[in-house]
Structure formats: C-alpha cells, structure tokens
Design a protein around this ligand. Sequence first.
Ligand code: FES
Ligand SMILES: [Fe+2]
Length: 414
Amino acid sequence: MNAPLQPKLLSAFLHSNEIARLRDPDLNAARGLPASIYTDYDFFALEQKHLFPDVWVGIGFDIDVPLAGDAVPLEVGGLPLILCRDNEDRIQVLHNVCRHRATLVLESEKSGLKHFKCPYHGWVYDLDGRLLATPFWDGTSSAKRCPVAADSASLVPVRSGVWNHIVFVNLSGMASSLETYLADMQNELGHFDLESMELAHTESWEFDANWKLVMENWEVYHHVWVHQGVFDQMSEEVDMQTGNPCTDMIASNNCLMLRPNDFRKTSARPSSGLLPSMPHKKDAKDINKRSSIANAILPNVTASMGVVEFAPAVYTPIAPDKTLAKMAWFVPQGILGFEKYQPEVDKILERWLGPDRSITGRRGIRAQDHHCMELQQKARNSPVADDVRFSRTWESNVRYFQDWLVKRLEIAKA
Ligand code: FES
Ligand SMILES: [Fe+2]
C-alpha cells in the first residue's frame, strides 16, 4: 500500500541559505525569494493550506451584499464560502457546504433571498445558516417532524469581521482578534470616518500574476516609470539635494504603509477641486496629522487614500499565475448624485482606471501596476530569475513582506 501523501513544507522549497540571504542585515546585499515561489503549484498549495486559513484575509466588501437577502459565493484558501446579509441586516460568512451530503448550497450571486435551499435534496437554511427544513427526510412532507437537529446540521459559520467596508475572515479561528490584527492600520487611519463614505464605483477583474507581486508593489521606486502621466518626475519622489525619498516606507506587524514626508514634492494626491474633504471622526484628536496614502494589510488587502477617496481592494489567489482583484471607490457623503461634482468624481476614477475607464486599458494606475506584475510573472519562468535584489533606499517594504511570508510558513506543520 502506498504511504499517504504528505503536504510539502517550506523546507522543500527554500534552503536555509536562501532564507539567510533574504534576511541579510544589509538590504543591498540581500536577495529576494526565488522564482519558483511565484510559479510552483505545490508552493501555491502550501500557502493556501498554511497561510490563508491562519491569518485574517479580505474576501470582499459589505457593499457586495447591500440589502438583506443578498448573497455571493466565493473562495478563500480554496474553500467555498458564502458572504451574505441576513434578514436582521447582519453580514454573515458561512461555509458553502450543505450538511446533508456536502453540496454547494449557493451556486451564484443572488438577491432577495429569504433562505438558502440546497439544489440536491432541498434542505433549507436561514440566511444566518440555521437549518430550517429537511423535506421528506423521513418520507413525509412535514419539515416539523424532521429528525435532524438544527444545532448539529446548520451551515458552519466562519469567523468574520468588517473594517471600513472590508469584510475579513479567519478560517482557522485561531488568529488574534481582527482589532489586534489591524491595530497599526487603525492607528494610521483611525481619525478618518471611512465607514460613513459612499460607494462611487466598483470593479473586479483577473490578471496573470502571482498574488504576492501585489504586496511587493508597496514601494514608490516604480512610480515614475510605471505611472507616466500620474507621477511624472523623479523629483516628486526624491529630494534631489539630499537623495532622501519623499515617502516614508513603513512596515509593522501585518501592515505596509507609504506615508509622504513632504507634501510639497509628492504628486500622489490629486487636487480635490470643489469636493468636500475626507470625513473625520467627531472625536478625532489630530485631523491634520500626516497619514499614509497607500496601505497594505497582509496578506491580500490594499487600502489607498486619495484627497477625497478611499479605495480598498481585495486580492484572491486563483493559481500561481492568476489573481482575482476586487476594488471599490468610496467618496464622502454629499457628492454622489450632484451634477456639479460629477466631473471631479470622474477625474478620480480616471486617475485609477484611465480615461476609457477600462481596467485593461493600461492608462490608469491600477492597470499600469498589474501590467508590470504580469511582466514580472512571465520573467519568473526563466532559470535566471532567482537573483532578485532590493534597493536599500526604496525597497525595505518588499523584503519585509517576503520575510513576513517566510516567518508565517516556517511555523506551519504538515
Ligand atoms: S446534499 Fe444538500 S440536501 Fe442533500
Ligand atoms: Fe504603482
């Protein structure tokens, strides 16, 4: 008889020498993760099994299910889930697995649901997952005489929470609280009232690159070359006299941030024109504090701040070379629906999506970034792609993320 297959652990992919090299105290001398970490299906399986279930992962937005009875199926770590809004107006995340014989209960996005009904034998669940009926289980049509106990056969809930419109889950149930996980980001952005902002636009699309390349894009070194028309001159990114970047690169716990340290030089924020400014919490102490404009919550959420827009995104790995992105743009209340403000809202969206508002049009920030990630992914099929390096001046966040990933996987057990 064959021995059972053991999932490979980190040591099967990374030699201790490579980990030591990644952690070289001199960032210029350090070397990044080898190409196989971005292309290998077994490594992808390791991440899906030992990274994504153990941390807080973004799955979408509360506005994906705006009304009671709205529900969408999705996957995290390869597991099928349901995101829905129940009849009490609460966000629920449930395992999308019928408790009879394990069929997907929700096949596609739905609205106006009163309950979930399994397509195989018609078992019925409330929108909070509680088992309501098991028709003809005992040969009769009466659901009341159902002998299956609801407390042992309801849809299994997933640990979840919402932070500023972003829905997070922790599949293992073992991570620290969501509040603790997000503490550094809350500290940075907590003075803004992001919760009160209204949805202006949303997009979702796939691109042909590994999910990690999104998190490794949390540096401003690429701005002038990739985002032509948005960031035009290197003098906007670096003080030409001192050689110091105009952005502080901040990495702590599960967060990466890019915080301008000289607003006179950075063009990162477009003119707000006529628009009302970003809302602040009533009890916010320092509303003028300089805060980060580009934020990443590891492993798969980004949260960008414009002068008047909050633009979070969630990235779901589909394969080593394929990622699904969902992005939303929120603006302060009192803007949407007013004709005089519409040109300003259009300007904001054009900056991200290009004038044709096409995510593949390559003329907006987001598509420009993803195009470069696709080029990186293709290059990683080469045998000479293992020797990647970091600039001490610009790319400390990139090394931080790679080390964060390695540390998470070092503790994984088969
Ligand atoms: S598998 Fe769902 S009712 Fe049978
Ligand atoms: Fe970029």
